[in-house]
Design a protein around this ligand. Structure first.
Ligand SMILES: O=C(O)c1ccc[n+]([C@@H]2O[C@H](COP(=O)([O-])O)[C@@H](O)[C@H]2O)c1
Ligand SMILES: Cc1cc2nc[nH]c2cc1C
Length: 336
């Protein structure tokens, strides 16, 4: 089946027409939550998560049984500029590791009871160096959005998108700076662990990329400063929205991908929650620009969807409480 968009302009129009959560299911879940055997609010943000999930699934008492984790891999022209602590060949090597079951995400997806799929995007053809002009042509960014769109299993009931791409904290920083302003240095962090010299090169590369690509339209920002795995994550997040499948966002790169959607269409991330705040310096700031509060903060800075996969367990627990607890009436417990 072809993607429901053939151009960036089609994709933009699609984003404007995405559905909302079901208000009746949200109201019924709120009502149910108010009757469960606990003091009001005593389960804290678990209560909000369960109600949010119920609204998107369209049922007052939902189950979370079929979570899907998708990892997208891409290579970046800017990697040749010395912006990462690791060489670019690690991207394809890690894809082999994902397929062999040896990466952190393999263990974390299994621990969360989630399926895991891996999509590599033209790894032998890195995007163009964005300090010299746009990272991708329109055809390239649309193809990557489309890979992401089709990777989503419509029968899943939760989506985590993650990425693998040596150098990709540089495009993520450039996207954040283009969308939200401020200085390149405020958005640029150490990624896989660059030293001070690497950080200064990286900040310079981000500044050059912003100067070489002046268009601040959010989807043009994705095309000019992004990468294929970043666009694929955006496509998958949009596909999940169209199918009312809730999404847990992962780290800095995933959140930068999501931010392009949020800035392109109001409400585009209403079906998303933030799984964690990564240790990448500006991830918290980016989440706060999107009005998202992270579920976890464990110092992770791995990518691969790892922080979001961990958060699946917390969301499952929130839904288990919401859907499994007795009401005051059922349990014969006196109210306040
Ligand atoms: O998810 C994050 O916040 C995160 C923070 C730092 C690094 N990463 C991962 O590390 C790679 C990018 O780091 P770098 O230094 O090569 O730009 C890429 O494969 C990401 O999955 C991921
Ligand atoms: C080994 C390694 C694993 C990763 N997983 C995601 N990004 C990564 C970067 C490196 C370097």
């Amino acid at each position: 089946m072809p993607a429901p968009f053939a151009t960036l302009s089609d994709f933009r129009a699609l984003l404007q027409a995405l559905p909302s959560a079901d208000p009746a299911a949200t109201a019924a879940a709120e009502e149910r939550n108010s009757q469960l055997t606990k003091p009001p609010g005593a389960l804290g943000r678990l209560e909000d998560m369960a109600i949010w999930y119920a609204g998107w699934r369209g049922v007052a008492r939902p189950a979370l049984e079929r979570p899907q984790v998708i990892v997208f891999a891409g290579n970046h022209g800017v990697a040749a500029r010395g912006v990462s602590a690791f060489p670019a060949e690690v991207t394809v090597q890690m894809v082999a590791n994902f397929r062999a079951g040896g990466a952190a995400i393999n263990q974390l997806a299994r621990a969360a009871g989630a399926t895991l799929s891996v999509h590599e995007l033209d790894l032998d053809r890195p995007t163009a160096d964005f300090t010299q002009g746009p990272a991708m042509t329109e055809a390239e960014v649309v193809a990557a959005l489309s890979v992401g769109w089709h990777a989503v299993d419509p029968s899943s009931d939760l989506l985590v998108v993650g990425e693998m791409g040596i150098g990709n904290t540089t495009p993520a920083a450039a996207i954040a700076c283009a969308l939200f302003g401020g200085q390149p240095g405020e958005w640029t962090g150490r990624g896989t662990g660059v030293d001070d010299r690497g950080l200064s090169i990286k900040t310079q590369v981000v500044a050059e990329g912003l100067a070489a690509n002046p268009d601040r339209d959010p989807l043009e920002v994705l095309r000019c400063l992004g990468g294929r795995e970043i666009a694929a994550m955006a496509g998958a997040i949009a596909a999940a929205h169209a199918a009312r499948i809730p999404v847990i966002l992962d780290g800095f790169i995933c959140t930068a991908a999501a931010a392009t959607l949020a800035m392109a269409a109001e409400g585009a991330l209403d079906h998303c929650i933030a799984g964690h705040a990564s240790a990448e310096a500006s991830h918290r700031a980016l989440l706060s620009k999107l009005g998202k509060q992270p579920m976890l903060e464990l110092g992770l800075r791995l990518g691969e969807g790892s922080g979001a996969a961990l958060a699946i367990n917390v969301l499952k627990a929130a839904i288990a409480c919401h859907s499994g607890m007795a009401t005051f009436a059922e349990a014969g417990v006196s109210g306040a």
